[in-house]
Design a protein around this ligand. Structure first.
Ligand code: EPU
Length: 295
């Protein structure tokens, strides 16, 4: 299935984003490889859309092809090894593994998004990341050639990996039989998040990565002290509940959000001498050159 001029705001948790020239929904790996080959032959930009939960899309839209992974989903469990397709929502993966009595993914509690996007950015929390559990990752290069990386080759680091520019289709995870009350632990982590994070608002999760500071100050802490908590621009604002979350209160544009991001970076730099690095991925119309996303 494919759609032309599809408004991406419908597919992102921030509910911002203009039309994608072409949105393709491959249902098999062969269809995905064919779509990649087609984009490569036509010389158009191609971007992977997972859950759209960590993404700021230009309100003017993006050119070329966007590949949705929503039809490539499913989880297989064999002993302690779990194989999940890239489009599987993380809450579904967590629910199935917890129901099977397998521990190791508790760090993904309350983290939205899909398996493919999660491994690319090594999603997680202070309770652990998905990269900690990866055995291997399969997928394709931009040109449609198959790849398979072992854990080491993935180069997992804090909210990052070496998988940028690849199109992940399937991930194998090594889990372990749960000891103690796994469901209780997941519930506890979820409640802690709900206390501190605006889980019901339209956001893209944490906006900036936590800087690596000797005192351990987080991006949220720095933003809060620099006066950004609750700061508004157009339909967007830094959440009054947690300063590192940007909310769309209705009608926000990517320009509003970019303004707040720039303002926040400037203020934190002025006050603390620290340049915050974005955690959210930005799809910018003007940033694409020669089919490579430069944002
Ligand atoms: N804080 C403030 N003001 C704020 C927000 C936070 O002073 O407005 C303070 C808190 O009081 C606390 C400290 O900053 O002392 C850290 O805050 P929190 O415990 O909420 O954790 P965080 O470092 O802001 C990180 C991850 C989250 C993850 C949580 C829980 C990053 C950028 N953030 O948040 O991940 O859910 O820990 O494990 O790594 C994400 O990656 O999108 C994300 C939300």
């Amino acid at each position: 299935m494919e759609k032309r001029a599809y408004p991406l705001e419908r597919l992102t948790s921030l509910r911002i984003g203009g039309p994608a020239d072409l949105l393709v929904f491959p249902e098999t790996e062969a269809e995905l490889a064919a779509a990649l080959a087609r984009a490569s032959n036509e010389g158009v930009a191609v971007r992977a859309l997972g859950g759209g939960r960590n993404l700021l899309v230009d309100s003017r839209g993006v050119e070329g092809m966007v590949l949705s992974f929503s039809k490539l989903r499913g989880v297989r469990i064999g002993g302690n090894l779990v194989v999940a397709k890239a489009g599987t929502p993380l809450p579904e993966l967590l629910g199935k593994t917890v129901a099977a009595g397998l521990a190791g993914l508790e760090g993904l509690t309350g983290v939205p998004g899909t398996v493919g996007g999660a491994v690319r950015m090594n999603a997680g929390s202070s309770f652990g990341t998905i990269g900690d559990r990866v055995r291997w990752v399969r997928g394709f290069t931009r040109g449609g050639a198959p790849i398979r990386f072992g854990r080491e080759a993935c180069g997992f680091r804090y909210r990052g990996s070496r998988l940028d520019g690849t199109f992940v289709t399937e991930v194998a995870l090594d889990l372990a039989p749960a000891k103690g009350d796994l469901k209780g632990r997941v519930r506890e982590i979820f409640l802690a998040k709900r206390r501190t994070q605006p889980l019901d608002a339209a956001t893209a999760g944490c906006t900036f990565k936590n800087p690596d500071l000797p005192g351990g100050e987080s991006a949220g802490w720095l933003l809060d002290r620099a006066g950004l908590r609750g700061r508004e621009r157009g339909g967007a604002r830094f959440s009054p509940k947690h300063a590192n979350f940007l909310e769309n209160r209705g009608g926000a544009t990517s320009k509003d959000v970019r303004w707040l991001i720039d303002e926040a970076r400037r203020r934190v730099l002025e006050r603390f001498g620290i340049l915050l690095e974005l955690e959210v991925e930005v799809w910018n119309r003007s940033a694409v050159r020669d089919g490579v996303e430069a944002a």
